[in-house]
Design a binder for this molecule. Structure first.
Ligand code: ATP
Ligand code: PRP
Length: 222
């Protein structure tokens, strides 16, 4: 495949990434929020965007089907990060991964008693590591969305999910009790592509780094 391909997901990431890309001089030729096309040429010759599910972005980049991608730290931790270089925190998609329980559930004393908790989440890797580090006994239940429903229906005692405004937790009478990690979206790059096509890819990383720095965000690695 010639040219450069950037993978990103529709919705939140796309909405927040488009202004960053535009400042770096990259504008999709079709409106990606309306188009049903999955491959979008951009104003920059030889550079295209591909639209995939959020959790699939690291897979496309790992296998070199996309050279770069934009993915949340939540998704990257679940993927494992194999074959990916993560040069830049883009500062978008900012939220926190939290443990949450029904309002009134005494999480601290359940943990103190050594109770075994049923925890529903899409983020089983992050959750397993978090509870293992805290010495909390858990049975993890894998879900693919609407985690907030699990404690309300008796499926689980607690959830691990993303929280930003807190409105979703509040609407479902849940409260956050512990932070698992702070989340934002990262630029990810296929390691082999970076080595073999550094002359094309490095300037792109640099210009995005400049855009992000101009918006008061931080460059995390090289
Ligand atoms: P899909 O739609 O494919 O099922 P998804 O629901 O995880 O995936 P989005 O909701 O668009 O997709 O989330 C994409 C990314 O945006 C997440 O991986 C996370 O990094 C970030 N994100 C999710 N929820 C929030 C939120 N409430 N506030 C800020 N960022 C968020
Ligand atoms: C995410 C997350 C929470 C919600 C939290 O879901 O899974 O449900 O945002 O945000 P808040 O604290 O601002 O309410 P999203 O809106 O992406 O829907 P999803 O279920 O499709 O992932």
């Amino acid at each position: 495949m010639t040219g450069i391909t950037i993978a990103l997901s529709k919705g939140r990431i796309l909405e927040e990434a488009l202004p960053l890309l535009a400042t770096a001089g990259i504008v999709p030729r079709d409106d990606p929020t309306r188009s049903r096309k999955l491959i979008l040429p951009t104003s920059r010759e030889g550079l295209r965007l591909v639209i995939v599910r959020a959790a699939d972005v690291p897979t496309y980049v790992e296998h070199g089907a996309a050279d770069l991608g934009i993915a949340g730290r939540d998704v990257l931790v679940e993927h494992g990060g194999t074959g990916l270089y993560q040069p830049l925190d883009l500062g978008i998609g900012a939220c926190r991964m939290m443990v949450a329980v029904p309002d009134g559930f005494d999480y601290a004393s359940a943990v103190h008693r050594g109770a075994r908790l049923r925890v529903a989440t899409k983020y089983v890797t992050a959750a397993r590591e978090h509870f293992a580090a805290k010495g909390v006994h858990v049975d993890l239940i894998k879900l693919y969305g609407s985690m907030e429903l699990a404690p309300l229906t008796g499926l689980a005692d607690a959830i691990v999910d993303l929280v930003s405004t807190g409105n979703t937790l509040k609407a479902n009478r849940l409260v956050a009790v512990e932070e698992v990690m702070v989340v934002s979206s990262r630029l990810i790059v296929n390691q082999a592509a970076l080595k073999l096509r550094r002359a094309e890819i490095q300037p792109l990383i640099r210009s995005l780094a400049q855009v992000v720095a101009g918006q008061g965000q931080e460059v995390v690695h090289g």
